[in-house]
Design a protein around this ligand. Structure first.
Ligand SMILES: [Zn+2]
Length: 220
């Protein structure tokens, strides 16, 4: 079972991804994380990717394919792959489809987490991140025990510099302009299950599981 999980920022995508890979023994292909770990490698690919990221450029499709190829070789025997937010734009999706076909692979289902714009904004504006360990809090729905202090490590909780209202609005606009057309492309192929992300984590997960069942991807 190969799943593509998409959703705007603050949609709880990461949490659902974690639950899916644990429950169904899936490889977790998350491009952001893969790129970051590759930049730490002392290899030609590592230097190349680092150069792109340091200059704020998007890595090319060729590099992405090389990364995915390496990753697929490294994962060993698992029951499927969770594509976490990748591909994320239409051109990438089409390019990637051909690549997967050559490997005898395909995406079986696209789970699209949805969240109203106002909810995205309020989640981001209420978000605080631990400077030390990266744990994420929400001052309204998931506050720390002591204001401004991480429960786990005692680190200071801060608002990340890319989580201002302006930057958040830009990211939402980007999602609408670039990602929605890709989701529509998959919709035309009948691959998309839209999942309301404005509910508690467990309720969302149960909903996702029922969609997987409905499509015969897992046993009831
Ligand atoms: Zn912490």
């Amino acid at each position: 079972m190969n799943i593509l999980l998409v959703g705007p920022i603050a949609s709880g995508k990461g949490t659902q991804a974690q639950k899916l890979i644990e429950k169904y023994n899936l490889a977790h292909l998350e491009m952001g994380g893969l790129l970051r770990s590759i930049t730490k490698e002392e290899s030609p690919l590592g230097y190349k990717v680092k150069d792109f990221l340091d200059n704020g450029k998007l890595v090319t499709d060729e590099i992405v394919v090389e990364i995915v190829e390496n990753y697929l070789q490294s994962i060993g025997k698992l029951d499927g792959i969770l594509f976490d937010g990748f591909p994320r734009i239409l051109s990438q999706a089409k390019f990637f489809e051909d690549f997967l076909r050559r490997k005898d692979l395909k995406i079986d289902i696209v789970l699209s987490l949805t969240l109203p714009k106002e909810e995205i904004l309020s989640r981001i504006l209420n978000r605080r991140t631990c400077e030390k360990c990266g744990k994420i809090y929400n001052v309204v729905t998931k506050p720390p025990k002591v204001e401004g202090v991480c429960d786990d490590c005692g680190g200071k909780l801060v608002t990340r510099s890319d989580e201002t209202p302006e930057k958040t609005a830009t990211r939402i606009a980007w999602f609408e302009k670039e990602v929605i057309p890709m989701i529509n492309y998959y919709k035309e192929k009948g691959m998309v299950e839209e999942v309301d992300g404005n509910r508690p984590v467990e309720v969302i997960f149960e909903d996702i599981v029922s969609r997987l069942q409905k499509r015969g991807l897992i046993n009831a």
